[in-house]
Design a protein around this ligand. Structure first.
Ligand SMILES: [Zn+2]
Length: 182
């Protein structure tokens, strides 16, 4: 698992037209098999370059594309890791500051002149950086309601887009294969 890379569906790669008369881009269905016998089905756009491996949805092991042979190592274009994305956002010096515990979340809020009430935070998720990266992060994510005068934006280094959906509409789009809800 040392070469494991965090993957996510790029929101910008699929259509979000919700008009029911809209034709969605053609898709191809693929199946990945992990060593533990689990199947992971993934829809891709018809023109997408299909990755040879994917993370097993059941156990998290690396699963391989069914009926495919392993590609030769591509030279000169290593996969972009979570670590690479982090470096696009924060300089190494800034990260060192955090690691050395010279900066903490309260300082960051003060710098941004922001205030957060802990009562307003809703626990959402917990991610740990994959093994094998030089520095690993154990990160908790929280949700908070925005004040009326503010708008949320996505971070373009990691996501191609963002949108608001009612849960039922998200599930419908997931069922139609428009995007994946893990
Ligand atoms: Zn599995």
């Amino acid at each position: 698992m040392s070469d494991r890379v965090l993957r996510g569906t790029r929101l910008g790669s699929v259509s979000y037209e919700s008009d029911r008369h809209t034709e969605f881009a053609p898709r191809q269905r693929t199946v990945y098999d992990c060593a533990n016998g689990h199947e992971t089905a993934m829809p891709f756009a018809a023109e997408a370059e299909i990755p040879f491996s994917w993370e097993c949805r059941v156990c998290g092991a690396t699963a391989q594309l069914r009926d495919a042979t392993a590609p030769e190592e591509k030279k000169g274009k290593p996969a972009r890791t979570h670590w690479d994305m982090l470096l696009e956002r924060r300089s190494t010096a800034e990260l060192e500051e955090v690691l050395a515990e010279r900066t903490d979340f309260a300082d960051l809020l003060a710098e941004e002149q922001a205030q957060i009430s802990p009562d307003d935070l809703v626990y959402f998720s917990h991610w740990i950086t994959p093994e094998g990266l030089p520095i690993r992060f154990d990160t908790h994510f929280f949700l908070a309601e925005l004040p009326e005068s503010q708008e949320a934006s996505h971070y373009p280094g990691e996501m191609a887009g963002g949108l608001w959906l009612a849960p039922a509409e998200g599930l419908r789009r997931h069922a139609r294969g428009e995007f994946r809800i893990p």
